[in-house]
Ligand binder design. Structure first.
Ligand SMILES: [Zn+2]
Ligand SMILES: [Zn+2]
Length: 391
């Protein structure tokens, strides 16, 4: 009889943990005493189990590979080398009935669920950060029983059906013979104990629904759809379990003059034809102008709310000016740009004097009879405006 665990399981010396497990399951299925009760098979079953115990434990496997004697280290009596779960896995192909629940009484305390709440904010609030009070309706720990679920002065009693084990043995007859499995106890739902006198406030759940106000700090740079995670502010778990997390999903309301593309802001400025031709300086309101003084990051009154935009003589309709660093702050630091698109407005109503001046200007410039030049189409301002209006 070989003492080599690799030979016993019929695997190569470089077999993976998975291969070893598969080989073991296959053999256990053939050799299990419930299936094959003759003494010789039982001996082989013990060998297989002991071999598996060595090879399934990385430390023991390494020790054996270094030249140790696999079975001389005193692994305890025959049959103790395999775990119940592995046997059940062998029969049922992974996951004993009831799975991890058939392992002693389970705790009443479980982690609470995460909660999601939507928060509407202005563009400036998303860009520069804001602190808001939000109302949250979640399960909170029951104060009356401190989450235990028991009426004051009482405590859970041991379940008589399972004697506190939380599980009961079920014997099944099958083609493999009699199989004894453990099932969660129905009397106590696997808890091992029963609450004879549940807390009246929470009906034994250990938590109550309640509305509370939470002050939330939204960091600068969040965007539409960003979820801000508030650890431990979700639902409290049953039985005094820890709370889940609260996610605040940001919804940014559209702004009347700025649109956001990533961390850049886009806006359009209309200019009279004369100003575009002659050049001018404009005072452009920035997104910061939307902030209440108390909402600014530092609270100082020195926050710039306007930008002096230099319009050069001869500025064309549809041209863009990029103002570096005046966009939206990034969550990772830095700041996007402000892109200003210029629209030059052609006067629509001229009085007699204005028309006279225009005609004189046209004459001086030799533009009385312009010869409309054909050009390759370019992405004009009008095209972009059309796109914008048509959505
Ligand atoms: Zn309670
Ligand atoms: Zn029970």
């Amino acid at each position: 009889m070989t003492q080599d665990p690799y030979e016993i399981l019929g695997v190569s010396r470089d077999a993976s943990a998975d291969e070893i497990k598969k080989a073991y399951r296959k053999l256990a299925r053939q050799l299990h005493p419930d299936v094959n009760p003759d003494p010789e098979t039982q001996e082989r079953f013990k060998d297989v189990s002991r071999a598996y115990e060595v090879l399934s434990d990385p430390g023991k496997r390494a020790a054996y590979d270094r030249g140790g004697d696999a079975f001389s280290q005193g692994f305890g009596g025959a049959g103790q080398g395999f775990s119940f779960t592995d046997i059940m896995d062998a029969f049922f192909g992974g996951g004993a009935p009831g799975g991890a629940q058939t392992r002693g009484p389970r705790s009443r305390a479980r982690r609470g669920q995460d909660a999601l709440i939507r928060l509407d904010v202005e563009l400036a609030e998303a860009a520069f950060g804001v602190t808001r009070d939000i109302k949250v309706d979640t399960a909170l720990r029951c104060e009356a029983c401190a989450g235990e679920g028991t009426a004051p002065g009482t405590s859970p009693v041991t379940c008589e059906t399972c004697h506190g084990q939380g599980e009961v043995a079920v014997v099944q007859r099958s083609f493999l013979g009699e199989i004894r499995t453990l099932r969660p106890c129905a009397a106590c739902r696997g808890y091992g104990s029963i609450i004879p006198d549940p807390c009246r406030e929470c009906s034994g759940d250990g938590r109550v629904r309640s509305r509370r106000t939470l002050t939330v700090k939204i960091p600068a740079g969040v965007d539409h759809g960003t979820r801000v995670q508030l650890t431990g502010q979700g639902e409290v778990g049953p039985g005094g379990g820890p709370a889940g997390d609260l996610y605040v999903e940001i919804h940014v309301e559209p702004h009347k003059t700025f649109t956001r593309h990533g961390n850049d802001l886009h806006t359009t400025v209309s200019l009279p034809m004369t100003a575009a031709a002659l050049g001018t300086r404009l005072t452009l309101p920035l997104l910061e102008a939307d902030l209440q003084p108390s909402e600014t990051q530092s609270g100082d009154a020195g926050t710039t709310t306007t930008y002096d935009l230099e319009v050069h003589p001869g500025t064309q309709s549809g041209s863009e000016q990029v103002i570096r660093g005046f966009g939206v702050p990034s969550l990772r630091g830095g700041r996007g740009d402000l892109v200003v698109s210029i629209v030059v407005e052609t006067p629509t109503r001229l009085d007699a004097r204005q028309e006279e001046l225009m005609r004189e200007l046209a004459a001086i410039r030799g533009e009385e009879q312009p010869d409309g030049k054909n050009e390759a189409p370019h992405r004009s301002m009008f095209g972009r405006l059309r796109d914008a209006f048509q959505g």
